[in-house]
Design a protein. Structure first.
Ligand code: DQA
Length: 146
């Protein structure tokens, strides 16, 4: 099985960015842990961009290359991007939405996701462990329901 983690804007700064909200663990360190945990069982790839169109392009490219599922933290595009929501509806691999922080405890505008209804499910508020939990949800056999 091939799972791709996609991170949106500002998430290349994890570990340094607002540590009181997002913690001090970098994405590199998180990915190292995930590779240690899963390399014998699955192919795990990673893509990050600060650009909406690049995220959309990557979803289609990775789908066409044969990815089985996405783990997506779209950052602030979660709350604004109808284009990303449309792309998620247009692709066939299931997508698990991840948010490191508990967006429901934050500003009102963060409490609405344009992407959730196009995703299979979501993991919110478990810090960087959310990426692992999303992979577990996929490996646990969560089936595409759309
Ligand atoms: C985030 C929450 C978003 O509201 C924010 O814009 C982010 C990170 C999270 O992982 O908690 O960039 O997606």
């Amino acid at each position: 099985m091939w799972i791709e983690i996609i991170n949106g804007p500002n998430l290349h700064r994890l570990g340094k960015r607002e540590p009181g909200i997002y913690g001090t663990v970098s994405m590199d360190s998180c990915l190292e842990t995930l590779h240690q945990l899963y390399d014998d069982r699955l192919r795990l790839t990673y893509f990050q961009s600060n650009h909406e169109g690049a995220l959309i392009d990557r979803l289609y490219e990775s789908q066409d290359a044969g990815v089985d599922a996405f783990v997506l933290n779209a950052g602030a595009y979660t709350h604004t991007s109808l284009a990303l929501a449309d792309a998620l509806r247009a692709i066939t691999p299931p997508t698990i939405e991840v948010h490191i922080s508990n967006v429901y405890q934050r500003e009102e505008l963060r409490q609405h996701s344009l992407l959730s209804s196009a995703c299979q499910g979501g993991i919110v508020g478990f810090g960087m462990d959310g990426y692992r939990l999303a992979i577990e949800a996929i490996l646990g056999g969560a089936s595409p329901n759309r």
